[in-house]
Design a protein around this ligand. Structure first.
Ligand SMILES: [Zn+2]
Length: 68
């Protein structure tokens, strides 16, 4: 993904980055673009809040005694 694309996130790319953030740390460019989009987009902000809840829940699972 080119830097220009990242600066102009649409909702589809934003939600993809949000999902990706659950699997790996985002790059600085990705985080910057995502925050920029979330500032303007209530829908993705709501989605982010749902995902961070899921992310926290899955983290609890991973830090359990059966870590693989
Ligand atoms: Zn959006």
């Amino acid at each position: 993904m080119a830097a220009d694309d990242v600066d102009d996130l649409n909702c589809r790319n934003a939600s993809r980055l949000l999902s990706l953030a659950c699997e790996r740390p985002l790059t600085a460019d990705e985080v910057r673009a995502l925050k920029h989009h979330l500032d303007e987009c209530l829908m993705c902000t709501n989605f982010e809040q749902q995902l961070s809840f899921l992310h926290k829940a899955s983290k609890v699972f991973r830090t359990g005694p059966t870590e693989s």
